[in-house]
Design a protein around this ligand. Structure first.
Ligand code: XMP
Length: 323
């Protein structure tokens, strides 16, 4: 019978057998998949594992701290944090095309991650032979492992693999679906914020700013997103919806009236969706009171935002993310 307890035991034994006395590296994204994969491997091989977290500056409010503090506290893993915000922002300067953004973020990510790997190998010696990945069953299917699904957006996963990879992969979640991964994470004692985290794209807020990505815009979006998440959680809706991207239309301005006068600010889009697997989705019929609270708070608390709009498009035709 399938129990999370059995899954953990079985995977721990398999990981031990696979890795032996060698060393492994795992990239953490802040998401549930890489966190659970890392926690499983840490349980199996302890400090033979080193985790790497690349802070690309495109994370939401509090997420980096969650990895740096709470995840480390829960698992005791060795963690190397690379602060690469400036590097990503300068690579993204002037870029507005969504695919170009994705490519730049993916490319920079691999470079920074490989640099970190090289440093870990320099510290730990040639015994570093394994790379841990939080690949899930749907990832295997979606990236062509069977269905031949068209690649609509270039999906960027943390630890995206270079062609000349010299590591062997450890993928303890390959047979699991998301809800199973969350249960395994719970069994492993990971923080609730990480285990219950909704999907968040690898390129982060970089693809939730329609227009050029700047530090200032990221800070605005981080505030708006934090408010939306807070209110959805307070209303108990965070587990009901699949995810709710919050998008800044940085190239759009509209007229508003706030305080004593006219404003000319930017709209924020709320994109709450319900879905089973993100392949198709429907827009979530959120209660008006909750939408009203989010709207009032965002326009009151986030400078330069004077309008909140709701995306009522299903997927297809709209994708979940705007870019
Ligand atoms: P779309 O926008 O294609 O998104 O409907 C489907 C799901 O995938 C997430 N997403 C990504 N996840 N790297 C990821 O790890 C990516 O580049 C990426 N792009 C989209 C999105 O949040 C949704 O859950």
């Amino acid at each position: 019978t399938w129990t999370t307890h059995n899954v953990v035991d079985e995977q721990v034994a398999l990981i031990k057998a696979q890795v032996g006395d060698k060393r492994a590296i795992c990239g953490l994204s802040g998401g549930v998949d890489s966190a659970v994969a890392a926690a499983l491997v840490a349980k199996a091989i302890g400090d033979q594992l080193t985790c790497v977290y690349v802070d690309h500056g495109l994370m939401r409010k509090g997420e980096t701290e969650q990895v740096e503090k709470d995840f480390v506290a829960a698992t005791g893993v060795k963690l190397k944090v690379v602060d690469a915000e400036e590097r990503f922002l300068s690579a993204l300067k002037g870029v507005t095309d969504p695919e170009e953004k994705r490519k730049i973020i993916g490319r920079e990510f691999i470079r920074v991650f490989e640099q970190a790997q090289a440093e870990i190998i320099a510290d730990e010696g040639p015994a570093v032979e394994f790379l841990v990945q939080g690949t899930l069953y749907p990832d295997v299917v979606e990236s062509g492992g069977g269905t031949g699904t068209a690649n609509i957006k270039s999906h960027h996963n943390v630890g995206g693999l270079p062609e000349d990879l010299e590591f062997q992969l450890v993928e303890p979640l390959r047979k699991l679906f998301k809800d199973e991964v969350r249960m395994v994470g719970q069994e492993l004692g990971l923080p609730e914020e990480i285990v219950q985290r909704q999907p968040f794209p690898g390129p982060g807020l970089g693809i939730r700013i329609v227009g050029e990505v700047t530090k200032e815009r990221l800070d605005l979006l981080r505030e708006a997103d934090a408010i939306a998440r807070e209110e959805l959680t307070a209303a108990g809706l965070d587990r009901e919806i699949w995810q709710c991207p919050v998008v800044l239309l940085a190239d759009v301005r509209s007229v508003g009236v706030q305080g004593d006068g006219r404003t000319y600010g930017h709209p924020i889009v709320l994109r709450p969706v319900s879905s089973e697997d993100a392949m198709t989705a429907d827009w979530s019929r959120l209660p008006y009171e909750v939408l009203a609270r989010i709207s009032t708070r965002i326009t009151n608390e986030v400078r330069e935002v004077n309008r909140v709009v709701l995306d009522v498009t299903s997927k297809p035709p709209g994708t979940i993310e705007w870019e």
